[in-house]
Design a protein around this ligand. Structure first.
Ligand SMILES: [Zn+2]
Ligand SMILES: [Zn+2]
Length: 485
């Protein structure tokens, strides 16, 4: 009885609430709707504020204010640029300079790999074995300091099938070129490489160098898959500093690296869609009090090596990009407004800081948008990403073993695991590599979680490639129809 009453009460309650929400009211007049919804805001009727045409968020962004790593797929026609390091002077909130460029066709490119920047790649959910091409503007260590770590741990974490390629300028003499730097790094990492050879390193340890002639202004450094990258000289106190322009899908991104404002920048960066240069504010004395750089040292460093804020604005105004960005600069409240004022002296167009770390740019032919990326302090690494085109995962056989690179003595003195593992928990130990040749696993034999996590990037690339091809086909058919008329 009580149950029935309760039911009746609930039914009454529900019918009551639904009848309220369904009550139809007299619609407001057209004028009232117009005044209510668009009062004071443009809604397409006029241009708002000082914003620029084509600078607004794309509809596919999960949040127009922030980028959360791992939540957005890059679109087939899109370029996404992330500032993984943004300062010449490393500090916890700003790693040394590194710019990550991802393309809708599945390719990605690293421009400079400054000290500490790998932490931001990891926080951005880039698997280190996804990085295959690093372009170094010059051999100041704030532009390549993370290379040893990237090379060694990128190889360990699945970089087995394709060696890392380092692109960089020659020096005036061979000893100052990128090739010699890499040879020196190989020597520095001699112990590490041999130690990591107990792992399935495959081709990962065969680093490649593409050293180009620094004087060959406008020369092509890279050309593949519709992507072209050229370089030119920059004036940075010593021969062998370069700027780069990447072109793909009718768009271009310029990263100048460090240097004094130069006619060559105007020539090669002219009309870039996204133009990024370094910037040093004209606040040498105040800045020295805050940052601890003696003013004469700051002044001399800027005037021989760097781009002052006013010059950055001047360059942008000559180059006329769709979006201008500055990086390799300290991000501090006392500096930020001054930096904007200096840039604005010449450049009135779209402008954002490429700092602090984690700033993300999305760009298509029509739109460009800049957001703050939310990079966690304690992220998890992304699973290594593999190409499953052959329908299999190959785990190369390790080149060496503990027995080969370690004398027995210290290994024989390892404490017997039975002494520290509880009896009820004694894992099967993997003390030597379990197979004696390459391990070849058909994709369908991979556990589901591994197939999903390690093939995510490969699947997105396939999806985007199919969309790109479909678009091309449509374009051609449209042209045929047009010509037929
Ligand atoms: Zn630098
Ligand atoms: Zn430098």
């Amino acid at each position: 009885m009580f149950k029935n009453l309760l039911c009746l009460f609930l039914i009454l309650l529900i019918s009551q609430t639904t009848s309220i929400s369904q009550e139809v009211q007299e619609p407001s007049s057209q004028e009232e709707i117009q005044a209510g919804l668009t009062g004071g805001v443009p809604m397409g009727r006029w241009k708002e504020g000082l914003m620029f045409e084509g600078v607004r968020p794309m509809p596919w962004l999960k949040s127009a204010a922030n980028w959360f790593p791992g939540t957005e797929e890059i679109q087939p026609d899109e370029i996404r640029v992330t500032f993984m390091g943004s300062a010449p002077m490393i500090r916890p909130g700003q790693m040394n300079t590194s710019i990550f460029v991802e393309l809708g066709n599945g390719d990605n490119f690293v421009f400079d790999i400054g000290e500490g920047s790998v932490a931001n790649y990891v926080a951005s959910r880039v698997a280190l074995n996804q990085i295959k091409h690093v372009f170094i503007t010059h051999l100041h260590v704030d532009h390549f300091g993370a290379l040893p770590y990237l090379w060694m741990f990128g190889t360990w974490a699945g970089g087995w099938h394709e060696p890392l390629t380092i692109h960089g300028p020659s020096g005036r003499t061979p000893e100052y070129g990128t090739k010699t730097m890499v040879e020196g790094m190989k020597m520095m990492l001699g112990w590490h490489r041999d130690a990591f050879s107990v792992f399935p390193v495959g081709k990962g340890h065969d680093i490649k160098v593409n050293e180009f002639d620094f004087r060959d202004n406008g020369g092509v450094v890279y050309e593949k898959n519709g992507v072209k990258i050229i370089h030119w000289q920059r004036s940075h106190a010593k021969d062998g500093a370069s700027g780069y322009k990447l072109e793909w899908n009718g768009m271009s991104v310029v990263w100048t690296g460090d240097g004094r404002p130069n006619e060559l920048d105007l020539k090669y960066a002219k009309g870039a869609d996204l133009y990024i240069t370094e910037l040093q504010p004209e606040l040498l004395e105040i800045n020295s009090g805050v940052q601890g750089v003696p003013p004469f040292l700051g002044r001399y460093t800027v005037d021989t090596h760097h781009t002052p804020g006013y010059a950055a604005g001047y360059l942008a105004n000559q180059i006329q990009p769709r979006m201008f960005m500055t990086t390799h600069m300290n991000f501090d409240p006392f500096l930020n407004e001054e930096v904007v004022a200096e840039v604005r002296h010449h450049w009135k167009g779209p402008y954002h800081f490429g700092a602090p770390d984690g700033i993300v740019v999305n760009m298509t032919k029509d739109l460009v948008w800049v957001r703050e990326g939310i990079l966690p302090d304690y992220p998890n690494s992304r699973a290594p990403q593999f190409n499953f085109d052959n329908g299999q995962l190959v785990v190369p056989h390790p080149p060496t073993s503990r027995e080969e690179i370690q004398e027995a003595f210290v290994r024989d003195h390892e404490i017997d695991p039975a002494k520290y593992y509880p009896k009820e928990y004694y894992p099967e130990l993997l003390e030597s590599w379990p197979v004696n040749k390459d391990l070849v696993v058909p994709v369908e034999a991979l556990p589901e979680n591994l197939r999903q996590s390690m093939g995510a990037d490969w699947r997105l690339k396939q999806k985007n490639q199919a969309l790109i091809e479909e678009n091309e086909k449509l374009k051609k058919e449209n042209e045929k129809l047009k010509n037929g008329k």
